[in-house]
Structures are given as structure tokens and as C-alpha cells.
Design a protein around this ligand. Structure first.
Ligand SMILES: C[S@@+](CC[C@H](N)C(=O)[O-])C[C@H]1O[C@@H](n2cnc3c(N)ncnc32)[C@H](O)[C@@H]1O
Length: 487
């Protein structure tokens, strides 16, 4: 039976692939819809693929001496295929319906992944990653009604099958126990189960899966900020000024090829003057993973008639451009949301020799003002973790990453006000999208996460009545870094 260590390479490859294992991480909030026949096609594909490719030796690799769950391979294939297809559909046109092309593309990506890594290893990976969500829920609730668990009511409501097999495995492995209270069957983690949960969590953190999980949730929230520009201006009244300041430091020139990473709704490129400075003889490409924000950027560029500007879907860690392409790569308020070491290496790769890297981003900063601790107490009450998935870089981290392959590093910090006077915006932007407390939020199962956001908006209304606008304005550090790719 494969251990987590045996699957290390597969999980790392999964984090680097377009494959999404859970519908939750594929931006699904309101259930999955399919274009006509797509549902049947995907179910059939999953069934046929499993019949054709599963073999007896895989039962030993995946289940060892545990009872075999004959539906697991098919469920693993199906759930991953629909999550990936949904992810494609959403990214390609913000569609919440899985269309035919996305389904085909997803099945192709998944079968290619399985060919490379083995069906048994894929199914084991799926089992560990989804079991993680079971552990999170049991650890959070302490005890759960067995039926709530089995139907995934509070932690995996998207399943189209029951979790009876998974519960049985957990039982056989001694990680859960069943007990009866008020004539109802309940389940809870045993001491061994709690230990196993921490082991799995630390492993998934170490291999990068938890960061990926937080990032996918974060991007889906950004994508739903329909009124992004307004929210940003209310929370960061100095935002426009700082965008301009970054631009003035980078000194773009007419005719340059520029990449803006994390372009969001296109405000930096279009409204701060980057596009106009570069002009029609140059090229400005904006890249961002949030389809909803890209739609806003594309709407603006269409009405602005600036054909030398394009906004495309993507992440800073994987750029679809050749080495040595850009004169300038620049990002405003986005580097802290990436896996910055990876992103900096990738951004350096696409930069021409002597080209400039420029970024202004947030760094870690502890706020312990009374209104803040009072408002966000439910988050601070969640147990802290020592996991890597906290969201903000420490002051030295990004300048240190620029020591390799860059010269002429400039780095400084400037304080800028953040206004906490609009509870809904603050929660949707800072808590849900920036995910300031990713490290603690990942302790929450699906249902509790959304509930907590709503609760924090209500608490914010009470905070507004108690504190003045001045008291709700906090200075937060913005780090500027500029460096040249070595010749
Ligand atoms: C605070 S917004 C800043 C947007 C824009 N630069 C501006 O000036 O308003 C952060 C942006 O980073 C994007 N982002 C998150 N993860 C990213 C990644 N891995 N690569 C590139 N952009 C990312 C988000 O989707 C979001 O649009």
C-alpha cells in the first residue's frame, strides 16, 4: 500500500499541473452544471477508463490488505475530471457550465497525467488528498453525526456518492471511532486519527499542496469581486498614488515590451499610465489567474482602444513566454499572493538581460489594535499552525530571492493607510481574497469557511458603531523592490 512518501513526486507533479482534484478548489460555489450530454459522456469515460486500466496489482498498491473499494478508481477519475473541466470552463470564459470542449480537454489532461504517473498512484493521491478534507472536518467539529459525514453535508457537499467506504477505511485503520449519543450514531477521531491528521497536514504543506489549495480558493474569491476597483479604492485610498510611484521608479519607455503580472482589473496598466507611456509601438501584456477580474480588464481595454495591450489568463509562476522576451516585468499588489520564489525565477527567465524587475507588494505585519483583535477574534481563536501556507512574505524574503541572477537591487518600505470602515469590502477583499490568515483559515471545513465570512461582516457592523474612521485606519507596509537581470 502506497505511503504518502511514495506519492511525493506525484503530488508535486499534481501541484504543477492543470489538474484540480476537488470541485471546491475549481471555483464551484453553486453546484455543477453541464452542457447537454456532457454529464453522461464524463460518467461513461470514467467508467470505461477504470474498466480498461485498473488491474489486480493496483488493488494491492492502493488498498494493501484493506478491503477493496471497487468504486474508488471510477469516482477518483470522475470527480477529478469534472473539477478540472469546470476549472477550464470557468477560466476560459467565466462559464459556470461545463461545456464539451472543456470536458474533452480535462479528460485529455487527466489521462495524460495518469499515463505518466500510473493509475494506482493517481488514485492513492486522490484518496489522501480527499481524506485530508475528512480529517479537517473531524478535527474541527470534534464529533460529527455519522450521516452528516457520510453525505459530506458540512465538508464535501458536491459528492455524488456517499462516503461510507471512506468511513469504513478510517474505521479499519483505527483513526475514527463510532459512538452513540441521543440514539444517533456519531463519529470522532481517535488519538491515532489526530496524530495521522497532523502527519498528513504537514506532508501536504511541505510538498506545496496546501499552498496550492489556499491559492485556488483565493483566486476564486478575487474572481468574484465584480466591483474590484471600487473596493480597492475604498480600502486603499493611497492605492492610485502608489501605483504611480511604482511606475515612476520603473521608468518604462515607448516601444518597450512589458509584462504586468497579477494585472487584476487592469488598473495599473490602463489607469496609471503604463499603457500610454509604452505606446502603440510597444506591447503590454497583463497576466492574471482570476477570470472575473480579467473580464473587467478586457472590457476596459476594448473601450480604451489600445490594441497594444492584452490581458491573458495565467499565473506568474508559469509564464507562456520564451526566455528573454520582456524589457520590464512589473507587478503591483500581487507578488505576495504568488509562490514568490518560483514566480521570481520565472519572471527573471522571461526578462531580457539588463531588463528590469519591479514590484510593490505587501509584507507580513502584525496588527494588534483593539478594533482589529475584537473584530477578527473568531479567526484568532482558530488554532495557529506552523505551516508554510501563511500568506505574507517576511521583510527580507523577497529582497533575498532577488540576490540570485539580479543586480542593482533597490528595496524600501513605505507605510500606506488601509481603511477598515466598510465591513463587507474588508471581509471580501482582505480576509477572503487576499486571505490574510490563510494559515488559520485552512483549519476550516467547507461550510464553516463561508459561514465565518458572513459572521465577520456582521461583526464589522458592530465595530463600525464603536470606532471612528480614524481608529479604523491602519498603516500597513508596502515593500518596493527593483532589480536588473544580470547581463
Ligand atoms: C490585489 S490584486 C492587484 C491587481 C492589480 N495589479 C491592481 O493594481 O489592482 C492581486 C492580483 O493578483 C492576482 N494573483 C493571485 N495569484 C497570482 C499568481 N499566482 N500569479 C499572478 N497573479 C496572481 C489576483 O488574481 C489579483 O488579481
Amino acid at each position: 500500500m502506497y505511503s504518502l512518501q511514495d506519492l511525493r513526486d506525484v503530488i508535486v507533479a499534481l501541484c504543477d499541473s492543470p489538474i484540480v482534484i476537488s470541485p471546491w478548489l475549481a471555483y464551484i460555489r453553486y453546484g455543477v452544471d453541464f452542457e447537454s450530454d456532457v454529464y453522461e459522456t464524463m460518467r461513461d469515460e470514467a467508467h470505461e477508463f477504470s474498466l480498461l486500466h485498473w488491474n489486480e496489482s493496483y488493488d494491492i498498491n492502493v488498498f494493501g490488505t484493506l478491503p477493496v473499494s471497487p468504486r474508488l478508481p471510477e469516482n477518483a477519475f470522475y470527480e477529478t475530471a469534472i473539477s478540472t473541466a469546470y476549472y477550464y470552463s470557468y477560466n476560459q470564459g467565466k462559464s459556470t457550465i461545463i461545456h464539451q470542449d472543456a470536458a474533452k480537454q480535462a479528460i485529455w489532461s487527466l489521462t495524460t497525467f495518469i499515463e505518466q504517473h500510473g493509475f494506482d498512484k493517481f488514485v492513492s493521491t486522490y484518496a489522501y488528498v480527499t481524506a485530508y478534507e475528512n480529517y479537517v472536518a473531524l478535527n474541527y467539529y470534534g464529533e460529527m453525526r455519522e450521516l452528516d459525514f457520510v453525505f459530506g453535508k458540512l465538508h464535501r457537499p458536491w459528492i455524488t456518492y456517499t462516503l461510507r467506504d471512506e468511513l469504513m477505511f478510517m474505521h479499519v485503520l483505527g483513526v475514527v471511532e463510532v459512538f452513540i449519543k441521543n440514539n444517533t450514531r456519531y463519529i470522532r477521531l481517535t488519538d491515532l486519527g489526530k496524530q495521522r491528521f497532523f502527519e498528513i497536514q504537514h506532508f501536504l504543506d511541505e510538498v506545496g499542496f496546501l499552498s496550492l489549495r489556499s491559492n485556488l480558493l483565493r483566486i476564486s474569491s478575487f474572481s468574484e469581486l465584480n466591483d474590484y476597483d471600487n473596493i480597492f479604492d475604498v480600502i486603499f485610498p493611497m492605492g492610485k498614488k502608489i501605483r504611480k510611484q511604482l511606475l515612476d521608479l520603473a521608468i518604462p519607455e515607448p516601444g518597450m515590451k512589458v509584462l504586468e503580472f497579477g494585472c487584476g482589473s487592469g488598473s495599473f496598466t490602463l489607469e496609471s499610465g503604463l499603457a500610454d507611456t509604452v505606446g502603440p509601438k510597444g506591447l503590454v501584456l497583463g497576466i492574471d489567474p482570476a477570470p472575473g477580474l480579467l473580464a473587467q480588464a478586457n472590457y476596459k481595454v476594448k473601450t480604451a482602444h489600445k490594441p497594444w495591450v492584452q490581458f491573458v489568463h495565467g499565473i506568474a509562476e508559469h509564464l507562456p513566454y520564451a526566455d528573454n522576451t520582456f524589457d520590464l516585468v512589473i507587478g503591483f499588489a500581487s507578488l505576495h499572493l504568488t509562490n514568490w520564489n518560483k514566480a521570481i525565477r520565472e519572471l527573471r527567465r522571461v526578462l531580457k538581460k539588463g531588463g528590469l524587475f519591479a514590484s510593490a507588494h505587501s509584507i507580513h505585519h502584525q496588527v494588534d489594535l483593539p478594533f482589529f483583535t475584537e473584530w477578527f477574534e473568531p479567526i484568532f481563536k482558530l488554532p495557529g499552525t506552523t505551516l508554510n501556507s501563511s500568506s505574507m512574505p517576511l521583510e527580507k524574503e523577497i529582497p533575498n530571492a532577488l540576490q540570485v541572477g539580479f543586480s542593482d537591487l533597490q528595496s524600501f518600505i513605505q507605510m500606506a493607510p488601509t481603511v477598515y470602515a466598510h465591513p463587507e469590502y474588508v471581509v471580501r477583499f482582505l480576509i477572503q481574497s487576499v486571505d490574510l490568515y490563510a494559515n488559520r483559515m485552512l483549519q476550516l471545513p467547507w461550510g464553516e469557511r463561508q459561514k465565518l465570512f458572513d459572521h465577520l461582516i456582521d461583526r464589522g457592523q458592530e465595530i463600525l458603531e464603536k470606532y471612528s474612521n480614524e481608529e479604523l485606519t491602519v498603516d500597513y507596509p508596502v515593500q518596493f523592490v527593483l532589480a536588473r537581470k544580470v547581463e
